[in-house]
Design a protein around this ligand. Structure first.
Ligand code: 5GP
Length: 187
């Protein structure tokens, strides 16, 4: 599970990780947010309206869901459970509210928090990527301050001041977790 403030570089780390560790399966979330330019249905998100999202909640289709920056986001339960049952690793990139829900139902999951070197850097990354409105950037920066206070809920903290180093640390964590005796089938 990877979490961290918007603009911290989670997306870049996630993409690089998936291209280098090709046996990791990415969970594609469902969201009520409108697609950004270039976002592809089923690849970046499954884009749905609020009534469809609400129906999915009622049908217990989410492993977790949360309202983040005024939109709803949820992790489809079946994809995660099916892959874990087959012994496959699944990567979730979700916010802290979602991570805490997953921690309750799947306490053996590995929780990694990606942090910016400082708030100024985060603000400048959000502005320079040019994807969000001023109001959305302000909302994301305000939420980040709260998220940063809850780092102790996670197993690992990676400070992303160098993307390659952050990626290597993420891969090292995954490889180490795979070598844990309790994670190896010794029968
Ligand atoms: P964005 O709108 O920038 O794609 O994502 C906004 C935030 O929603 C990010 O912090 C991202 O980690 C979080 N997010 C994406 N998918 C999910 C999900 O399925 N569940 C939860 N709880 N958060 C998600």
């Amino acid at each position: 599970m990877i979490s961290g403030p918007s603009g911290v570089g989670k997306g870049t780390i996630k993409r690089a990780l998936l291209s280098r560790m090709t046996d990791i399966n990415l969970s594609v979330s469902v969201t009520t947010r409108l697609p950004r330019d270039g976002e592809i249905e089923g690849k970046h998100y499954f884009f749905v309206d609020q009534s469809k999202f609400d129906a999915m909640i009622q049908q217990n289709q989410f492993l977790e869901w949360a309202e983040v920056y005024s939109n709803c986001y949820g992790t489809p339960r079946s994809f995660v459970v099916d892959n874990l049952d087959r012994g496959q690793d699944v990567l979730l990139e979700i916010d802290i509210q979602g991570a805490l829900q997953v921690k309750k139902s799947m306490p053996t999951g590995v929780f990694i928090f990606i942090s910016p070197p400082n708030m100024e850097e985060l603000a400048s990354r959000l502005l320079s990527r040019g994807q969000d409105s001023k109001a959305s950037i302000d909302l994301r920066l305000a939420a980040s301050k709260d998220e940063l206070k809850r780092i102790e809920c996670y197993d690992y903290l990676i400070i992303n001041d160098d993307i390659e180093e952050a990626l290597e640390k993420t891969m090292a964590i995954i490889m180490a977790e795979r070598c844990r005796v309790e994670n190896i089938d010794l029968r």
